[in-house]
Write a protein that binds this ligand. Sequence first.
Ligand code: ATP
Length: 329
Amino acid sequence: MSYLKVENIYKQFAGKVALEDVNAEFEKGELVCILGPSGCGKTTLLRIIAGLETADGGKVIIDGRDCTMLPPSKRNFGIVFQSYALFPNMTVEQNILFGLSEQKKLNRKQLRSRALEVLELVDLTEHKNKYPFQLSGGQQQRTALARAIALSPGYLLLDEPLSALDAKVRSKLRLEIRRIQRELGITTVMVTHDQEEALTMADRIIVMNNAVIEQVGAPRAIYERPENKFVADFIGTMNFYHNSTGDFGIRPENIILTKNKPSENYLTGKITFLEFKGAMIRVYSKLHDNCEICADLPAETAAAMELTENDTVYLRIADRHLIQYAEAL
Ligand code: ATP
């Protein structure tokens, strides 16, 4: 049985539907990302799971118990927001102790020892006496995470926890959150609009758009077998392409590009733009019917081929890499 379940959740704000009969299940110990564009309803869903928002219809089941009407304080979760929401006049350790003060069963010494334990877990021991303004954004967010897990909650909710951080810190914290989450084995629901974040962190991804769930699956399945055009377009880069047998999607890394005319089936294109992406080059080519397609090549290969704009190139698309959707494109 799943640890957390939402059933037929319906929510509207001033006549506008934010969630339309949403159903989702979260297994014990897994990290699930709710991914989707701005305004699709993901934060509202998270807030309903937390009890911070009330649904107009549907149920929230936690650990087999109907918690739909339960206030947040009775739901036993930890939460981390995009804005770290730390108390500015308290040190890192005091921030965590404050969160722990609800824990009536522990005496002062035990509370302190628990605070030090979670600080160790998020690697902040040496910063425990600093105030939030003395910390980097990443360290503040780690403090918020330590505070959220200090009470050993049943589940963890993360609302865009990394989006206020710069790219480098963000990718480091992704791994760190993942490590801590695995170590604790805590069921975690994370909202993000960043597809790369969802692909690297999640056990499963729930892709949302316009108040509904478009697809649920493991990152790899979502990437390799998107079920509809929205998911295909939203996750990674996809070329949309049609031939005599139908409409397809093809990932840039699955296109073979050469300057020599091959004997097998190929498409002829003219390079319109070369985009340097570090380890690889993305080659944009215009095909005879004016359709533009992009192909990724290792930077070294592209350099050896001496590709330049306006070159004629030949593109081969292996059938096994074509993605055809259940719905018409
Ligand atoms: P973002 O990534 O921008 O936070 P989101 O996917 O989390 O977007 P929600 O915040 O869940 O989206 O909002 C879904 C829809 O509900 C939006 O159209 C939003 O404007 C609306 N909405 C959310 N909260 C409220 C509110 N308290 N009052 C009125 N409308 C709201």
